[in-house]
Design a binder for this molecule. Sequence first.
Ligand code: FES
Length: 85
Amino acid sequence: MRSHYSPDPKEMNLSEPVKIRLRDNGPMVIEGGVEITDADGNAFPTNPDKPVVALCRCGATKNRPFCDGAHNQCGFEAADRAPTE
Ligand code: FES
């Protein structure tokens, strides 16, 4: 059994783009089949039954690169908006 989520390209619906959503004052939430690796190419373990991951943007997590909710206590503020025009 694999210890991390690694999407099988044959099972991926490539017509649906991976969605990355920036939460206000919080993490970057990635929805879709992705593999997150370190600089050496080794994959971080993720839950294969839940193809949604939240990556820390505040730098305060104790579970890098994932969000552990620490943004709620560190005063992180970010409410980035994409251009609407
Ligand atoms: S964004 Fe949640 S802990 Fe950093």
